[in-house]
Design a protein around this ligand. Structure first.
Ligand SMILES: [Fe+2]
Length: 447
């Protein structure tokens, strides 16, 4: 046990109003405490219900470092269960996705479980006849996580049995999910294939911070997006000819500081927030008349106008996902260690929309997010350099002070200049809140 375990005061001291101590990004003990407290007390994204459309369909994933199965049970509901046989601990499911039929069967001793986790059968059950097995934890079957919520297809879970409700945790922040789903003429999304998956040798929070870091695109992406813009200018593309889709996507990364200042950042309580309040890098995408018509048929003209005029950029749902409503994407930053993060980049189909929309979504994912992309690896280079640089025997603090004011209250919703680092401060404020809420009991008792 190190200096931070059961010591909420020491953990809280790592975050000051305008700066964050490097241990939050590089320390093994802090990482383990994040898994135990932060990822247990918060609502964490698990998957989309269209990944498991049929009874018996499941995916395996992680909530923090906890292996879980998301499965569709015979009642058609989605269950989230710990991926651990109650007998000896064996992971019940090992594939990323599959269909298990009516039950899970442990490959070690053939204990079987209904798809809601209940114990179904044990070979040689009579061996337990004269024991107190029925009172044992093993008899409970596969343990469900603390709580599960399916919000318009997006499944979230809280590991802790007790804690903040889904509604209180996200509040008005769910408006970004609403807008993404409402963009489907039929009001429903479907996952479009498995996500892109790639490994980053850096702390998961570096990726989260990057989502509302509006002062880096014109710098870090100059070599990629800047070069694309320059070459396109030299090509003398005719005014009346539609711009290639790739250029529509990549050119706005080179927008000047003023563009990002004016676009605005909104922060919500509990560490959630988004860029692109007034406009965003997605604002000038070509709108196909066919899509407009499908939307009007589904939602009516007034509502369509309302939905499509909300063009948010990145929305962070603390702790570890980001969505882009206008391009139907979700990126999941799964922490594997203080300096190792698995990124999953999902894309979704707008049900009822023309294929053009999915083409753009898929192109965005390949062009901007993929390991082979022109843009994403610019960011990766920065994260990995920072992960190394933080070990320098220089200052131990990371600065998050841009446009900081003394009166900031993160329990209030605020809209500010789009270059503020308020959202990063909001995140770390929530970090302290959820890291320390279950540590404090012991300490208070000890005092
Ligand atoms: Fe970037």
């Amino acid at each position: 046990m190190g200096k931070y375990t059961d010591n909420p005061a020491a953990v809280a001291a790592l975050v000051e109003q305008h700066q964050v101590h490097r241990d939050t990004y590089i320390d093994q003990e802090i990482y383990e405490l994040e898994m135990k407290h932060l990822f247990s007390n918060t609502w964490v994204f698990v998957g989309h219900d269209s990944q498991t459309p049929t009874k018996g369909d499941y995916i395996t994933t992680q909530i923090g470092n906890q292996p879980v199965i998301m499965v569709r049970h015979s009642d058609n509901e989605i269950y989230v269960l710990y991926n651990r046989c109650p007998h000896k601990g064996t992971k019940i499911a090992i594939d990323r996705a599959g269909n298990t039929g009516k039950f899970f069967r442990c490959p070690y001793h053939a204990w079987s479980f209904k798809t809601n986790g209940c114990l179904l059968a044990i070979p040689l059950k009579k061996g337990y006849a004269d024991t107190a097995f029925k009172d044992s934890e093993a008899n409970h079957g596969l343990e469900p996580v603390g709580d599960v919520k399916n919000y318009r297809g997006f499944v979230f879970a809280r590991l802790a049995k007790q804690g903040i409700s889904f509604e209180d945790y996200f509040g008005e922040a769910m408006s970004s999910f609403d807008n993404m789903v409402d963009r489907a003429p039929e009001g429903r999304l479907e996952v479009a294939g498995p996500p892109l998956r790639y490994m980053h040798q850096c702390n998961w929070k570096m990726l989260v911070d990057n989502q509302t870091d509006t002062c880096h695109p014109m710098v870090a992406h100059e070599s990629s997006a800047g070069t694309a813009v320059k070459l396109f200018e030299e090509a003398n593309w005719p005014e009346d000819k539609p711009k290639p889709m790739a250029m529509e996507i990549i050119a706005p990364f080179m927008s000047p500081y003023e563009f990002f200042e004016e676009m605005g950042i909104r922060t919500w309580p509990n560490g959630h927030g988004h860029t692109g309040v007034h406009h965003s890098i997605h604002s000038d995408y070509t709108q196909e008349p066919e899509y407009w018509d499908a939307m009007v048929a589904g939602h009516g003209e007034e509502r369509t106008e309302e939905i499509l005029s909300e063009i948010r950029h990145n929305t962070v749902y603390w702790p570890n996902i980001m969505i882009k409503g206008p391009v139907q994407q979700l990126r999941n930053f799964i922490p594997l260690g203080p300096n190792k993060t698995l990124v999953e980049s999902y894309i979704y189909r707008l049900v009822g929309a023309p294929d053009y929309l999915l083409q753009r979504t898929a192109m965005y994912n390949r062009l901007i997010n993929a390991p082979t992309s022109m843009v994403g690896h610019d960011d990766l280079e920065m994260y990995e350099r920072a992960q190394e640089g933080l070990h320098a025997q220089s200052t131990e603090w990371i600065n998050i002070q841009r446009l900081h004011t003394e009166e900031e209250n993160y329990d209030e919703i605020a809209v500010e200049n789009g270059t503020t680092e308020r959202q990063m401060r909001n995140q770390m404020n929530a970090w302290v809140k959820f890291m320390t809420m279950t540590m404090s009991d012991k300490v208070e008792a000890a005092e």
